[in-house]
Design a protein around this ligand. Sequence first.
Ligand SMILES: Cc1cc2nc3c(=O)[nH]c(=O)nc-3n(C[C@H](O)[C@H](O)[C@H](O)COP(=O)(O)O)c2cc1C
Length: 352
Amino acid sequence: MVVSRPMRPAIQTPVNIGLTAEEGARAINRRLSVAPMMDWTDRHCRFLHRLYAPHALLYTEMVTAAALVRGDAPRLLEFDPAEQPVALQLGGADPTELAAAARLGAAAGYAEINLNCGCPSDRVQSGAFGACLMLDPQRVADGVRALRAAVSVPVTVKCRIGVDAEDGYEFFRRFAATVIEAGAAALIVHARAAWLKGLSPKENREVPPLKYDYVDRLKAEFPAVPIVLNGGITSVEQANAAVARGLDGVMIGRAAYHRPAFLAELERALLDPHFRVPAPAAVIERMVEYARHPRRHGVRLHAVTRHMHGVVSGCDGARAWRRFLSEMACRPDAPPETLYAAAPILARAMAA
Ligand SMILES: Cc1cc2nc3c(=O)[nH]c(=O)nc-3n(C[C@H](O)[C@H](O)[C@H](O)COP(=O)(O)O)c2cc1C
């Protein structure tokens, strides 16, 4: 295998490296954020996304407050300084436990604490948190107050527009008003209801209809509160339209994961008109550097590269790239430099 180091192609350095929690909070720009996605937006994935969107706000996967308070918090909270600003999403319903978890998160440097009120999974339902919390706005308000008392960084809420039969605008408005009254610094709204009975979490991201008009209406009623739209945004036009309608920003989930270059297009459209989509070779060079860092000692290359399938997408080389990742980078002892061997695939993809 050829393991030579190519010439370093240009790529913009992340702009907020090593900020403290409070500095990170001041650097937050809600125009563009990347959604919390369990098993996907771990720290390696967030580092990758940061290369495509230097100013976006990145969210962790949901971490339960109980896991942080009773588990291995240092391991669960570890992140790279280049990820800032990064928000910690908590799952839980007990205000005391949430507050304790938030203190750990803020001490670890997270720039925002976000409370999950949108996840419909069975695990979350048995713990009566996630989307179930929308049925008990007072409990959410208690949680928000406890979180605010515990940390100085912003406390935000990510929710749906409704739950099961409670899918009218008034239900959503009442929930939002209660949470805002408790001092939530922003609401991030996945603009479809959660159907707790009969749909898998995946179906719950596809089947209940999107109702952006609910989110627009809420913003019109609470103009001073930052409100971010999430759900089904797959084009720059949609993102521009949301901002033009008065919303404070967009949160992107699946489209960012499957095609990170989309994030770069949004960074340019919403945040930095001079930003250029980084070339795959530049991204790969940075990811090799990242994987080689002593902080990643003991981390299998696959843990990093499993998030990189979308680095080459939408062209002839995409399939060869994915095959390369699953055949070469998956090997247990593969060194980071393995990725340099993909240079011919990248060259072909760029020439296409
Ligand atoms: C694999 C996966 C895991 C997710 N995990 C979480 C999570 O931990 N917390 C959360 O609030 N939402 C979670 N979501 C929902 C996303 O944050 C987002 O609300 C949803 O995907 C809709 O946005 P999109 O259409 O841009 O993907 C997850 C979504 C996916 C695809």
